[in-house]
Write a protein that binds this ligand. Structure first.
Ligand code: NAP
Length: 287
């Protein structure tokens, strides 16, 4: 029930209608019995600064940022933490001493399901497909895990080079190489962790996969296959992985865990991750 003391959280984006964050955060807040509400705010890029001032004026506790604000918001914040600096993007903003502080919980979300696996990460070669926004959090995550090296494979050489060059100013020491898509058959022979950060295979193009079945045969037998996509589940990419009998991880847990990490920051207490996960599963796969 909304009352005179209800506190406000939310997500800014443009568009933001598709965001699943209100669903999972409100489910968690209800479970906790807290007088908070989490709302979607469609903010056009030119209104970002005004929105931040407005949020401060009305006492918003914190908010998530999604496309197109994840990078654009950085100069408007008082401070960003080292992980957001490393990624070069902010997905979570909180208020501290009347200042907006930015962080990035995508990294924690990405590594959460990997940390459940028994692996000597210092021996792991990670191969990342795609060089967009999510790939930046993935590269930071692989580096935090301690992977031996990270190879990013993309289709556009200037963008790949820019991606590589951006890491040179990062506080995170990344052992990174970039490669064009046609080197994939060779690169994946060394991959112990292969991550799809492209939208290839995402609903409604569910028959597509960044790798065909033939290429999967080139992978080492213990490779972990990770697809950031969560609809459908499993994607074609993960179906190929399952057919090879290797570990396959979809993007749902990353989505849940980045949300849980953000909610913990705002509430300063433990949050019901199970409720967040079940709410999304129900909505996405059984709705
Ligand atoms: P983005 O910034 O647009 O990056 C997409 C990347 O994929 C770009 O490097 C793009 O290449 C590449 N790409 C697109 N189509 C391709 C194709 N046909 N062949 C080869 N490369 C292709 O998007 P993003 O924000 O990183 O998101 C990427 C995916 O991750 C989406 O499916 C999104 O839903 C998912 N995601 C999931 C989570 C989660 O919590 N599970 C979080 C974030 C993102 P160019 O640079 O050459 O255009």
């Amino acid at each position: 029930m909304i009352t005179g003391t209800t506190k406000l959280l939310g997500v800014i984006g443009h568009p933001v209608e598709h965001s699943l964050s209100p669903l999972m955060h409100n489910a968690a807040l209800t479970k906790l019995g807290l007088n908070y509400i989490y709302l979607p705010f469609p903010i056009e890029p030119q209104n970002l600064a005004k929105a931040l001032d407005g949020f401060a004026a009305i006492g918003v506790v914190g908010f998530n940022a999604t496309i197109p604000h994840k990078r654009a918001i950085i100069p408007l914040l008082s401070q960003i933490d080292p992980i957001a600096q490393a990624v070069g993007a902010v997905n979570t903003v909180f208020r501290e001493n009347d200042r907006w502080i930015g962080t990035n919980t995508d990294v924690e979300g990405f590594i959460a399901p990997l940390q459940l696996l028994e692996r000597d990460w210092s021996q792991v070669v990670a191969v990342v497909l795609g060089n967009g926004g999510a790939a930046r959090a993935v590269v930071a995550g692989c580096t935090q895990l301690g992977c031996a090296s990270v190879h990013v494979v993309g289709r556009n050489l200037p963008k790949l080079q820019e991606f590589r060059d951006n890491w040179q100013d990062s506080p995170l020491k990344v052992n990174l190489q970039v490669h064009q898509w046609d080197s994939l058959p060779k690169i994946i022979q060394q991959a112990n962790l292969l991550i799809n950060t492209t939208p290839i295979g995402m609903h409604p193009h569910i028959e597509n996969s960044p790798l065909d079945a033939q290429l999967f045969a080139h992978l080492p037998k213990d490779t972990i296959i990770y697809d950031l996509i969560y609809t459908p589940s499993p994607t074609k990419f993960l179906q190929y992985a399952q057919a090879q009998g290797v570990t396959a991880i979809d993007g749902l847990e990353m989505l849940v865990q980045q949300g849980a990490a953000a909610l913990k920051i705002w509430l300063q207490q433990d949050v019901p991750v199970d409720v967040m996960r079940q709410t999304l599963q129900q909505h996405l796969y059984r709705g």
